[in-house]
Design a protein around this ligand. Structure first.
Ligand code: NDP
Length: 445
């Protein structure tokens, strides 16, 4: 496979591109696109629900994304997605098999594809191995979920923040958490700080999935990661420290705008709280809420009670199996839920603070329709709301605006171009000012 060094720019204004073998590639109008094709090669790792959306959305922006390679553990999944991308967008993307836990193997693939950016939409367990691979091969890195060790249900940024100097010294950029939450919710907060507040004091991130997939029990993204997240101790930030409470012990009703409906939302820990309170130190309280249906909670309780959510190995007929991994194997694949899922998601932030010496509160949110997503890219809205911001984050890096050596959480970059791209690429946002009474309704301590 050819790399940028294998091309020649020819002509008075260097506006004709030939390969080093003398094969004419483009000139004139096709010049910019051909240049981007050569320069902006990306390698997407992970061919699940999110990987499929990222592949589609990158393919739909040919003026930014050059050659695209989709690689994962199971080649047939990559090939099936590549076929769908070809049918929907007309673009051909390359596929490859890779074990993302093997940094040397991934580095070899990065070199072979000539990728400038690796988009990690495999699982959080792979984050550090993929960051190592990028350092080995000299490639920028981004992901949508922070690192989790396989054997402890604990996620925190410390492991990835520890790569700061390595990326800086190598002149490479790493962007952490460019999905919806984390991702868009962080950018909403950065945008609010830039345009709406002098100081932010409280932050409530509210993630409502008002959709129904028609199955008895299914998770809308990777079941193993979803169940580890939901069953973990709740932590929220208050008065300068994180406070721990039992999982799902705090909940309240929340009515979404635009007729999405009223749902029970449960307070839980989510990774963006950690980076946001670090980077916006005026925040006094930060909480994360997610809606769950009574049906989901009923099944989860039974699965927990019978030990099916355990992440330690048990011996079954002489073989070690991890119950949660076995459970994942028998649950519906989130990537296949698109066809049956109906309804809308509503994810947004309630933010309070001061502007010009006066108290102020806003709610900034996106509403996304599962069926509309399915029509566009063949996926449900959870994969869509994660995959679109991943493409947009990648676009900012390739454009150079967010290309800064080091390891960065998304709220550390300027939010404006990303916010504009959300409107342009399928996740339009709105914001409303809240009265003090309305703001108080959202904020249960
Ligand atoms: P899926 O389980 O559907 O897909 C994960 C993919 O990664 C699969 O194709 C899997 O391969 C592949 N994979 C796993 N291990 C390896 C490995 N060692 N080497 C190569 N490939 C591997 O997950 P989702 O698409 O639902 O989620 C993807 C990511 O997005 C997760 O990290 C999740 O936490 C994150 N996410 C982030 C959100 C946000 O808003 N920030 C929201 C939702 C998800 P195989 O098929 O062979 O198992």
């Amino acid at each position: 496979m050819e790399t940028p060094g294998q091309y020649k720019l020819v002509g008075k204004f260097r506006r004709k591109i030939f390969t080093r073998h003398g094969e004419f590639l483009a000139s004139g109008r096709g010049f910019s696109q051909a240049l981007c094709h050569i320069m902006n090669k990306v390698l997407i790792i992970g061919a699940g629900g999110v990987g499929s959306v990222v592949a589609h959305k990158c393919a739909m922006v040919p003026e930014v994304f050059g050659e695209i390679t989709l690689a994962s553990r199971t080649l047939s999944k990559c090939e099936a997605i590549a076929k769908e991308v070809k049918n929907r967008t007309g673009r051909v993307i390359a596929t490859a098999k890779v074990d993302a836990d093997d940094a040397a193997e991934t580095a070899a693939l990065i070199r072979k594809t000539g990728a400038k950016l690796l988009i990690n939409v495999a699982l959080p367990y792979q984050d550090l191995h993929l960051m190592d691979a990028c350092l080995l091969a000299g490639c920028d890195y981004m992901d949508t979920a922070n690192y989790e060790p396989l054997d402890v249900a604990k996620f925190e940024y410390s492991w990835q923040w520890a790569y700061q100097e390595k990326f800086k010294n190598a002149g490479l950029s790493a962007l952490l958490g460019s999905g919806f939450d984390p991702g868009v919710t962080n950018v909403y907060t950065a945008w609010a700080l830039k345009h709406q507040f002098d100081e932010i004091h409280t932050l409530d991130i509210i993630d409502v999935n008002g959709g129904n997939h028609g199955k008895a029990f299914a998770t809308n993204f990777n079941p193993e990661i979803n169940i580890r997240e939901v069953t973990a101790e709740c932590r929220h930030f208050e008065d300068g420290k994180f406070v721990e409470t039992p999982p799902m012990s705090k909940h309240q009703e929340f009515t979404c705008p635009d007729g999405v409906g009223t749902y029970e939302i449960y307070r839980m820990y989510h990774e963006e709280l950690e980076s946001l309170v670090k980077h916006i130190p005026t925040i006094k309280r930060a909480q994360f809420w997610m809606s769950f249906s009574p049906n989901y909670l009923k099944h989860l309780e039974v699965l927990q009670n019978v030990g099916m959510t355990r992440i330690d190995p048990v011996v079954y007929q002489g073989v070690e199996i991890v119950p949660l991994q076995f459970l994942k194997a028998v649950l519906p694949n989130p990537g296949d839920l698109g066809q049956s899922t109906k309804g809308r998601t509503c994810i947004g932030n309630v933010i309070t603070g001061i502007k010009g010496g006066k108290s102020k509160a806003i709610y900034i949110y996106n509403i996304c329709d599962h069926e509309v997503c399915f029509q566009e890219v063949g996926s449900q809205a959870i994969s869509y709301t994660t995959g679109v911001p991943a493409m947009i984050g990648a676009k900012q890096i390739l454009a150079g605006d967010w290309r800064k050596p080091g390891v960065w959480n998304i709220e550390q970059h300027d939010p404006d171009a990303f916010m504009a791209d959300l409107n342009a690429h399928g996740l339009p946002w709105q914001f409303i000012e809240l009265s003090p009474e309305q703001a108080a309704l959202f904020q249960v301590a």
